[in-house]
Design a protein around this ligand. Structure first.
Ligand code: PMP
Length: 344
């Protein structure tokens, strides 16, 4: 960038054109017909959080009767974002403590029971905090119910490429909804997958049913962004556009993501092996292998999590979530001892 003499002039309100093109293509696949048909309104916004916040402002202004339903549990900031945008929200069942897995029946029942036209906030992949994602078949069923109830799917995609190691695989859920011809909101973040945390790089994409609707949605998103923050940052947007636009760098990035995701999968396997070998109680630890992404719900409650910290000096959130990104293979045996001691 220095060599090219790139400057720091303002971007337009909607952000860097090359970034917006790249980000929609990474999300939906470069030859997705909705892109070719001009059905996607994409605005570069302030990373995942700012993109969610912009969409929340859009909901508040144009869907004043609608409410948002969010998973229980979810990333803590979701509630703050909708509260501050004055968008009413409630929770749908998601986590089942009995199986440390998905409460699929509860989830479907709650989406079904929500008032018609609700926004259903979904984690595109690597659900935070549980690490529990629906299977492809379950995603189909979720899409069925959302379509039947004329709800609006609203995806938060903060970990594309970071869950499975493949950008395409991690976009499966979003693309499935789009392929059905549904209108979809998607907030994207480049904090994790490209390590751009403090550059605040992300986008809000709205897939619409007609090109003129996409034009109007984009124009209204710009009207909302202008008085909030005027225009988004240029430096990280160029990083994304340059990396994606250069075949060598794009290849390197994809390989690094594969390595990161592979390392986390190895740590999961090792932790599972250690727990299964050491625990005499017959408890089934396979939920650890079924979870995906950097987070894992251990199923430990608050008192048990306190024991992890007080006795074993393992520092974790009190809902029982651990970050596998912060765990090495060498520490899995120690962690397994701590978990087994805290459970029993
Ligand atoms: N959504 C989820 C589920 C997240 O975990 C995060 C980051 N922790 C974000 C959105 C937003 O992150 P950022 O604003 O840095 O893109």
């Amino acid at each position: 960038m220095l060599e090219k003499g790139d400057n720091k002039e303002y971007l337009p309100i909607e952000g860097l054109a090359a970034f917006n093109k790249a980000t929609a293509e990474l999300l939906l696949g470069a030859d997705n017909p909705v892109i070719k048909q001009g059905l996607v309104a994409t605005i570069q916004s302030l990373s995942g959080t700012g993109s969610l916040r912009l969409a929340a402002a859009f909901i508040q202004r144009y869907f004043p009767e609608a409410k948002v339903i969010i998973s229980s549990p979810t990333w803590g900031n979701h509630k703050n974002i909708f509260n501050d945008a004055r968008v009413p929200w409630s929770e749908y069942r998601y986590y089942d403590p009995k199986t440390v897995g998905l409460d699929f029946e509860g989830m479907i029942a709650d989406i079904e029971a929500a008032p018609e036209g609700s926004f259903v906030l979904l984690h595109g992949c690597a659900h935070n905090p549980t690490g529990i994602d629906p299977t492809p078949e379950q995603w189909e069923k979720i899409a069925d119910v959302i379509q039947e109830k004329k709800h609006m799917p609203f995806f938060d995609v903060a970990y594309q490429g970071f869950a499975s190691g493949s950008l395409d695989e991690d976009a499966f859920s979003v693309r499935l909804f789009v392929k059905r011809g549904m209108e979809v909101f998607v907030a994207q973040s480049y904090s994790k997958n490209l390590g751009l945390y403090s550059e605040r790089i992300g986008a809000i994409n709205v897939v619409c049913s007609a090109p003129d609707i996409a034009d109007r949605v984009k124009s209204q998103l710009k009207r909302l962004a202008r008085p909030m923050y005027s225009n988004p940052p240029i430096h990280g947007a160029r990083i994304v556009a340059n990396v994606v636009g250069d075949p060598t760098m794009f290849g390197e990035w994809k390989q690094e993501m594969e390595e990161m995701a592979g390392r986390i999968k190895n740590v999961r396997q090792k932790l599972y092996d250690s727990l299964s070998a050491k625990d005499q109680s017959g408890k089934d630890w396979s939920f650890i292998l079924r979870q995906i992404g950097m987070f894992s719900y251990t199923g430990l409650n608050k008192a048990q999590s306190d024991n992890m910290t007080d006795k074993w000096h393992v520092y974790m959130t009190k809902d029982g979530r651990i970050s596998l990104a912060g765990l090495s293979l060498a520490k899995c045996d120690y962690l397994a001892d701590a978990i087994i001691d805290s459970f029993h």
